[in-house]
Ligand binder design. Structure first.
Ligand SMILES: C[S@@+](CC[C@H](N)C(=O)[O-])C[C@H]1O[C@@H](n2cnc3c(N)ncnc32)[C@H](O)[C@@H]1O
Length: 240
């Protein structure tokens, strides 16, 4: 069971508040391992034309897709305008450094809710979502929407935190998420509640078989999951 938390009702505002420090804290607190996790996620994707990146945030997954030539066109969806503003800047810088115009790769940022997507059925060749699912008020609605907008035969690729099975790693993980992340997050972002929410949202979320079952219930087939770094985080893939 994946419980619904109070903070999820205002999730866009929460990420708006921490957008400016989000990337630095992500990379700093994970010692840059998060970059490797996104790289591994993109390796699991097929190369296609048009990808929907749900909860695109500051666009790290999208940039990795572009870097690896996995998508010609990306539509990013998010409830935080501030996160997307930073993402747009980063995409522009990335493409400029590559000597390409943004339009040439057609990266589009759309404000909207993953549970009620403003897209037609079967619009995208592939769908991705990195660290977005646990923030949905209703996980099943979000997964059903991903299924609806994906073309038949297309792949969904999801990256989300999970819970390590090894007792020692689990103990370190608990210390990190209960003490280090909320404390450093509060000091750096100057937001009293956001990183306490992030800690709670990770620890109360489902993972592994339970998450794969939600994907299956949404209609997806051939559901697989790959735990990374002792199961701290997991990649899920499935087909429509
Ligand atoms: C932890 S960030 C992940 C951002 C990015 N994908 C990454 O890998 O860094 C979560 C993002 O999900 C967005 N989000 C949360 N709930 C959402 C929803 N229901 N619909 C769209 N975006 C949502 C937040 O605004 C935030 O930008």
């Amino acid at each position: 069971m994946c419980p619904v938390m109070e903070e999820k009702q205002h999730i866009g505002q929460l990420f708006d508040r921490i957008a400016g420090t989000y990337d630095g804290l992500n990379h700093g607190l994970s010692l840059n391992i998060d970059k490797r996790w996104r790289r591994k996620t993109v390796q699991q994707m097929p190369s296609v034309n048009h990808v929907l990146d749900v909860a695109i945030g500051t666009a790290d997954l999208t940039i990795e897709m572009l870097r690896r030539g996995k998508a010609q066109q990306v539509t990013g969806l998010d409830l935080s305008k501030q996160m997307m503003a930073i993402g747009k800047q980063k995409v522009e810088q990335f493409l400029a450094a590559k000597g390409e115009r943004v339009e040439a790769k057609e990266v589009e940022f759309v404000y909207g809710n993953a549970q009620h997507m403003p897209f037609d059925d079967a619009s995208f060749d592939a769908v991705t979502c990195a660290y977005g699912c646990r923030n949905f008020q209703n996980l099943d609605e979000g997964l059903q929407e991903m299924f609806r907008v994906l073309k038949p035969g297309g792949q969904v690729t999801i990256l989300e935190f999970s819970y390590p099975s090894n007792a020692l790693v689990r103990a370190l993980y608990d210390i990190y998420f209960t003490h280090i992340l909320p404390t450093v997050g509060r000091i750096v972002s100057r937001d009293k509640t956001a990183y306490t929410y992030l800690n709670k949202s990770v620890k109360s979320f489902c993972w592994g078989e339970a998450f794969a079952q939600h994907m299956h219930d949404a209609g997806f087939a051939d559901t697989r999951f790959i735990p990374l770094t002792f199961g701290i985080t997991t990649i899920y893939t499935a087909k429509k």
